[in-house]
Every structure is written in C-alpha cells, then in structure tokens.
Design a protein around this ligand. Sequence first.
Ligand code: CMP
Length: 510
Amino acid sequence: MVKEDVIKSSEPTLAQPKVASVVNRPRSKNSLIIFTVAAASVLLATYLVFHFEPQLMKFLETRMPEAVPGDSMISAVAVINILKLALLAVLAYLFVRALNSLIFGLAFRFRSGFEAPTLVRNIFSIVAFTILFFLIFSRIYPGVNLGALFTTSAIFGVILGLALQDTLGNFFAGISLQADRPFQVGDVITVGAQKHSGIIEEITWRAIKIRTFQNHVVLINNSTAAKEPIEVCPRENLNARLVFFNTLITDSPAKTIHVVREAVREADNVSPKISPIVRIRNLGESAVEYEVKYWLDDYAKFNDTDALVRQRIWYAFRRAGLNFAYPTRTLHVERKPKIAGPDGAGGAIVERLSAVDIFAPLSVEETAMLAQSAMSHIFAPGETVIRAGDPGSSMFVVHKGRVCVQISENGRPLTVATLNNGDFFGEMALFTGEPRTANIVALEETEVLEIGHEAMKQVFQTNPDLVESLSHIIAERRQALAARIDSSSPQIDESAGILSAIRRFFGIIR
Ligand code: CMP
C-alpha cells in the first residue's frame, strides 16, 4: 500500500513569487499615482508656506490676541517653524522613497538582474531620511544641537532602548540573515519546532514572510528565525524527496526496483539529471518496505510530484503484476515436496530439465524423478551462486535468468562464458570430486535448479551412456579454462580420463 495521502488533484497551486509580482502590477501603478499626487500637494503646501510666510505670521499674531505681545511673536514663529519642519520632513520622506525606487527598483535590477533585498532598501531609507531630517532640523533650528539632545538624554535613551528592544533585535537579526544569505526569496524553508514550512516571499527588517503549502502567509520574526533551526531547500539546488511504498514478500525485489525506477524517472518535475534510487528500507512482517528517492526540478511543487510519483507506482505495479502488501498472516503447512520453487510449479521444472541437452536421453518418468529431487534457488543480480575453490556435491540448471562463469586473472574477475535458460553448470566438481573451477555470478535475477549427487547417481545407473556425453562437455570446458589461464598449454582431449574418473566417483562398473 502506498503510504501517506491519496492524491488530491484539486490541491490549489501556490502563488509563486513571480506570479505575485504579476498580480501586483496594477497596485504599483496605483501607488505611483498616489505618490505623485501626494508629492505635488506637499510641494505646493511647502511653496505656499515659504512664499506667504510674512502674511501667515501676521495672521497668526492677530489670531493670538490674548497672549503677551513678545510671547505671541515667539509662538507664531514656533508654529511656522514646526509647520516648515513637518512639510520638509514629508518632502524628504517622499524624496527618499523616490530615490529608493530609482536605485533599487530600476538601476539595481537592470545591473544585477534581481531585486535588492527589502532589508537593504529599508536600511537605505532609514539612513537617508535621518541624514535629511538632521539637515532640515539644523536649518530651521540652527541653535539646537539635535545630536547632543539625543546623546545626552539618558532617560530618552532608556525609553527608546526599551521601546525598541524587540524591533532592534529583529533588525539586527535581519542584518545578520542578509549577511549570511542562508536563504533567499523563492527557497522552501521549514522553521523551528512548529515546522512552519513554505516558500519565502519576502525578507524584511522585521520578519521572514513565507507562503505555506495551504496558501497561508506566515510571518516569522527575524530574531526567532535566528534562534531556531531552519531547513532550507534552495531554489537553485537539486533537492531530493523520499516516497515510501511496499510490496508482498513474494514479489521480486529486482523486478520491483526496476519497475519503480523506470516509472518514477518519467514523471513530470522529476529531474533527469540524477536517476531515482529505489531501495529496500525494511523486510517487514508482511511486506517488503521500499523507499524511492528522487530529485526535483522545482522543489516548491513537491506535494504534487510526490502524489504523481505514487500514482505512477500504482499503475506500474498494475502492469507488472506486482502487489502492494496488506497485513497478512500466512500459515505454512510443511509437507514433503522436495521442489521448493517460488511457484512450486513442478511441471515447469520437468519441462526445463527435459530441454537440457544432457538429459535429453532420459525417459519422461526419469526426468520427472529428477525434477522431484531438484531444489530451486533464487539469486539477486550480482550474487555469487558458486565460488571457485569451494567443494561441490551438486550441479545446477539455469531455470530463469542468466549467469556468467568468471575466473580470476591478476586478481580481477574475467568472464569466460555466459549461461542462459536451460544451460547447466557445477557438473565438474560434482562428477570429478574436485573443487569448483570458477565463480558463477547471477547477471540478473536468476532461478536455478540444484541437482544433487544421489539423484545423478540414479540417472547414471539407468543411463550409463550419459557419462560419456558429460565427460566430453567437461573436457571441453576444462580446455577452455586452461586456454584462458595459460594460452600456451597444448589442447589435449582428456575426456577418456574424465570418463573413468566419473565412473569411479559414482561407482559405475562397465
Ligand atoms: P564446477 O567446477 O563445479 O564449478 C564452476 C563451473 O563453471 C564448472 O563446474 C562448470 O560447470 C562451469 N564452467 C567452467 N568453465 C566453463 C566454460 N568454459 N564454459 C561454460 N561453463 C564453464
């Protein structure tokens, strides 16, 4: 059963940062109009205040009749100065915003191809505005030292410090995040114990804004983010995913791995740069548990791709006759059948053995008896079936699959022959009593039938001529091996010697 959720084709597609900027275009047009109107109004108001300053002063003086003459004079100036300061401060603010857009919105984008981080833009605005404000203030109040006012006022410092404690924490954490650049807009991150996960939309001086996979917006304070562990899946990186599934114990791992790898490889958004990896995680109680690891072109779409991968696995299983596991209890009643094949198909084994050249002279009953005594074994690709130098008391027939005969040359494996369905091996040690002459390695998932000494002895007793044809084959194979090991050795037909050795070994008198 494929674990985790069933595929939801109606899952909303997330607004990517790129899409968001397209959607925002009319808004930015609106803000440009508002900005122009605001700038024009403030500019006009400033012009009017400066141009009609004497008239304004007079008007204010007449409006403050109850005040002492000297004092009302000072008050009117103060009011006008405050008005000037406010208007110029607003103008400075608008100027800084325009400059910010010009430098970071246009110039920066054209030169470096991407937008400047919001935090950098904000710092620029704060610094530029502070400088302009100081200049304006010292022009309007030349006698007041604003710097000294800020630095000498301890109480002011304490109040400001306490009020801005969190804000400054976020601000400096934001600066360190920008400096380290552990992630950027468009990356997928998972933050903290709550595991907030989503695509980064913005990093401001206060917080990281992420859009979750449920299309919610989560704001994570910079200072919180600086303290928490953050898992980052960068946009430009080949990020991997794991999807889990399982099969019945009886389904072949080699086949499952091949089928799933090919099915996943072709799914959309699975990167063609690295081939998916399918491997067994666990041999469970009633299932073989697997995981498939694949790499994504666009990690932000991992939910859809995981779902597609599971869907592809389901269809591939259907076509290949593989089965998802379900909780099972299998009761094994041990009987006496000697054929322990995975399918227990005695008929197929008789058919296989009767197609082997050396067993062709056997009657149907004799082949059936041989099949009865044969043991079936299954090997994974790359597994060694028999090892050179080991003692051997049985021979094998390839039932399904392919093996190679390997000898060692200068410490490296050298393949001398490949054996397919219906070919046999292991007869040399069985019939001569000598150690195995070569390694036999499965090239693919291979099922072999093992025939023991006793079964062969019975066959020889009823078919003594078989010994002769076998001795020829053994002689040929020996010569082929000798030629590989020492190409200068003379080719001698030693089948006569082998024949008598076999007869002696099996106690066949002739
Ligand atoms: P045995 O020596 O029992 O174990 C290794 C087996 O490899 C050997 O029997 C043969 O069955 C097989 N073998 C060795 N040489 C060759 C060859 N040249 N061609 C095919 N099979 C071979």
